[in-house]
Design a protein around this ligand. Structure first.
Ligand code: SF4
Ligand code: SF4
Length: 440
């Protein structure tokens, strides 16, 4: 495999008459083929018997997208410029330990429970007052390189508007009416596909100090969806729901509130096994601890620094014993050589560890991402294999596997889960009605 900048240089030398955009597309395609097949520039271009742009591009597209070339519109192939910098590489430590060196706080959080607790937990950190995060960003420019050190910085703020909202979902899909309780921004894990790495513009972890103000029935207003046993609210959209729970103890307030409001279900969505506080306070049926799960190989290759599948399932067992319900999210499903076996084994493990009656839902979603995330992933995880697949620009501008492949995945997963239990609600995350209709 050649380095990105060498490929650009060689492409410019080889195709001297091509303009900037043509060089961008051709070098991008050569780079992706070179990376996927582990072969050099010369081997790829020596196969092309022409210097005509259309011939060269079609040859490369066919090689890069062997199953979808000729089947989908050429606009489906996303070919951004190549801009990879070594210094953007993610830092993959075995177990992320949160030990912030700098703690930024707004004045209005002084005296709050979380502020006081953080003072005790991190006595050696520098505490620095700020006006607001917006103000902080005026003098602290964000970069991907700085994002890699986000665990060094903690921001304590009072959240004013964004605590509770309907899940933004995406255009033209069947929405499951999920609502989100926003308990922070940022995560210490390093999943290669994480959308936060392209979404967050602050190189730190942001935690709100005024959560209890928002746990009231006039602010928590979920929407019903007959598919589920109760209207659903959950955390875990912009952070992992439990990764900071030993610091924040948010679960104390949340579990108390939803124990008193039994006609709403609350979901803690996580990959962590940070359940000590949950076990201590004990749960109720409407409080669902749910784990994002994946085929073991995909956990190893893509969910860096996270607990393995067995540890997640053992944590689920403990939570059930403490009175909680559980849920599972196969999201994102990643296509790889043995994906069928890998996901079948994961399903089998779930049902070996967990009695079906406690599982409130299972969701399924295939790998998808906003297109700019592709460049961030290849910078942060240069050895990833998730981008080697044929990801196409889709109906909502996101990159996805082609429709037929996604349908195959969903059919297979539904079949495997139903073989274990027919009654557990299974839903697709971010898929349109046409696909739903084929699966149901
Ligand atoms: S389908 Fe997925 S993205 Fe859409 S509302 Fe439900 S949880 Fe959110
Ligand atoms: S656990 Fe979730 S939030 Fe954390 S890095 Fe992975 S995908 Fe992102």
């Amino acid at each position: 495999m050649d380095r990105a900048e060498d490929i650009i240089h060689k492409t410019q030398q080889k195709y001297k008459l091509f303009g900037i955009n043509k060089i961008r597309e051709i070098s991008r395609l050569i780079f992706e083929i070179s990376k996927r097949d582990n072969i050099g520039f010369d081997i790829i271009v020596n196969e092309i018997n022409s210097n005509d742009y259309v011939v060269v591009k079609n040859f490369l597209l066919k090689k890069r997208y062997p199953t979808t070339f000729g089947k989908v519109s050429k606009n489906s192939f996303y070919l951004p410029d190549l801009n990879i910098d070594e210094k953007n590489k993610a830092i993959l430590t075995a177990e992320p330990k949160f030990n912030p060196k700098k703690i930024f706080y707004t004045k209005d959080v002084i005296g709050s429970f979380l502020y006081n607790r953080v003072k005790i937990l991190y006595p050696n950190a520098d505490f620095i007052g700020i006006e607001s995060i917006k103000d902080f960003l005026k003098t602290h420019e964000f970069s991907i390189e700085k994002y890699n050190n986000r665990k060094d910085n903690l921001f304590l703020i009072n959240e004013k508007y964004d605590f509770f909202k309907k899940c933004p979902c995406t255009k033209n899909v069947r929405c499951c009416n999920y609502s989100i309780l926003n308990i922070g921004y940022g995560c210490l894990y390093e999943c290669s596909y994480c959308f936060l790495q392209g979404y967050q513009n602050v190189a730190g972890i942001i935690l709100p100090c005024n959560l209890p103000d928002f746990l009231t029935l006039d602010k928590i207003k979920p929407v019903d969806n007959k598919m589920f046993f109760l209207p659903r609210v959950g955390s875990g959209e912009f952070t992992d729901s439990l990764i900071f729970d030993d610091v924040t103890l948010f679960s104390n307030d949340i579990v108390k509130f939803f124990k008193e409001n039994k006609d709403i279900s609350f979901e803690f969505k996580t990959k962590s096994i940070n359940i000590k506080n949950l076990l201590k306070i004990g749960g109720r049926e409407n409080i669902v601890i749910s784990w994002s799960v994946n085929a073991e190989q995909m956990i190893k290759e893509n969910e860096h620094c996270t607990p393995n599948l067995q540890s997640r399932l053992q944590a689920a067992q403990e939570c059930i014993k403490a009175g909680y319900s559980v849920g599972f999210h196969f999201d994102p499903i990643i296509i790889y050589d043995d994906w069928k076996d890998g996901y079948k084994q994961a399903i089998e493990m779930i049902f070996d560890f967990i009695e079906s009656e406690y599982i409130k839902w299972i969701s399924i979603g295939t790998l998808r991402m906003v297109s700019p995330l592709k460049k961030i992933i290849e910078n942060r995880f240069p050895y990833n294999t998730i981008l080697d697949n044929e990801l196409l620009l889709s109906y909502d501008g996101k990159l996805r596997y082609e429709t037929d492949l996604r349908i195959n995945v969903y059919k297979y997963m539904f079949e495997q889960i139903k073989l274990k239990n027919k009654n557990i609600p299974i839903y697709l995350c971010m898929e349109n009605n046409d696909i739903w209709n084929l699966i149901e």
